[in-house]
Design a protein around this ligand. Structure first.
Ligand SMILES: [Zn+2]
Length: 353
């Protein structure tokens, strides 16, 4: 398994149908212990752990989102070759290896809606079993790393559609707790200036880690879906540098939040498909964060127009082909600089991650 991972890499090891995944453990001399747990789940235990951070990096929760998987493959290769020495412990997760092999987003169910125990509530398919496995590994990892100063979970994705902001972050609902300016400053260091603040609990992987384990957890969208080998990873180099830094550095780094670069959005309303006869009044390939003005008709619910008011508002994640009662789009509003200043508060220059 060690030679397979080192010589072929993580992606090729998972794509090879003739090579079975073996649970095993091996040592990178002077660096770390590598444990291959369940398929696509690898735990790295630093020999010299400064215990600043317990890290979970996940990618491929949607099987066809290849770029983040390539980033984690490269990161793991650096560790396996002894070129990157971890000083923090890391749980590296490829979310949905079976969907990845098939080149599809999901086998039957959106895996990123099955956390917080939601996998127990529905009929069991491959994704339900996988959500349970991933939840268990995250729980075991954070439990065995209670000595670390903080918990971090970065769940990396790419989007199906274009976006006015190529990269953006979904900041999980905080249940009224203050937003963390340190995290926001760090996200800017990853060139993630666009942040959407959730306003409700969900069953996503990042919300699960934030809510259940108190982790600083984010869903990070790094661009658009592509085939393996077709991704421009240079557009994600700032993110990759931070993934390496968080793993290898013994201390934390200072970051400052630059207000002028903040493109922050809050959810204004959820457009629910209330009728079977439902239509979105824009192109199917509308880019995320496309803005609509007051009076614009964005949908028809059984011929009743849904009209933008209190705008402008931007549309993200539109999908008319959902079941009745499900979300067909999110309408979001850009925060003004005064609101951003209020959130950032006194911590503006104290960003440390
Ligand atoms: Zn995704």
């Amino acid at each position: 398994m060690q030679s397979q991972l080192t010589e072929l890499g993580l992606i090729a090891s998972l794509l090879r149908l003739d090579a079975s995944w073996e649970q095993c453990s091996f040592e990178i001399p002077g660096s770390c212990i590598v444990q291959c747990l369940d398929e696509g789940c690898i735990e790295i235990t630093a020999m010299q752990n400064s215990k600043q951070r317990a890290l979970v990096y996940s990618a491929g929760v949607h099987g066809n989102e290849t770029a983040p998987i390539e980033l984690l493959d490269q990161l793991l290769s650096l560790v396996l070759r002894g070129e990157l020495i971890p000083h923090q412990n890391l749980l590296l997760l490829i979310g949905n290896p079976e969907a990845m092999r098939l080149g599809c987003r999901e086998l039957g169910t959106n895996l990123n809606r099955l956390f917080c125990g939601a996998h127990k509530r529905l009929d069991v398919d491959g994704e339900h079993v996988r959500a349970q496995i991933l939840e268990r590994h995250v729980a075991d990892f954070y439990t065995s790393n209670t000595g670390s100063v903080e918990r971090i979970h970065l769940d990396l994705h790419t989007a199906i559609r274009d976006s006015k902001f190529a990269k953006f972050v979904v900041y999980p609902f905080t249940h009224g707790e203050a937003l963390d300016a340190n995290s926001l400053a760090w996200l800017q260091a990853c060139e993630l200036d666009c942040v959407l603040f959730s306003n409700t609990p969900t069953t996503t992987f990042s919300y699960h880690s934030a809510r259940t384990h108190g982790a600083r957890a984010f869903t990070i969208e790094l661009g658009k879906v592509n085939d393996f080998g077709e991704n421009d990873l240079t557009s994600m180099s700032a993110m990759f540098e931070q993934l390496k830094y968080l793993l290898s550095a013994e201390t934390s780094q200072q970051h400052s939040l630059v207000l002028e670069r903040c493109h922050w959005f809050e959810v204004s309303e959820t457009l629910v498909k209330a009728q079977a006869q439902f239509e979105l009044c824009f192109s199917v390939d509308l880019a995320n964060f496309t803005q609509f003005e007051n009076g614009d008709v964005i949908a028809l619910q059984a011929d009743e127009p849904v009209i933008i008011s209190d705008g402008p508002k931007a549309v993200i994640f539109p999908n008319a082909n959902v079941a009745v009662g499900q979300r067909a789009a999110l309408l979001v509003k850009k925060m003004d600089s005064e609101k951003i200043r209020l959130i950032a508060g006194d911590q503006l220059k104290l960003g440390k991650f």
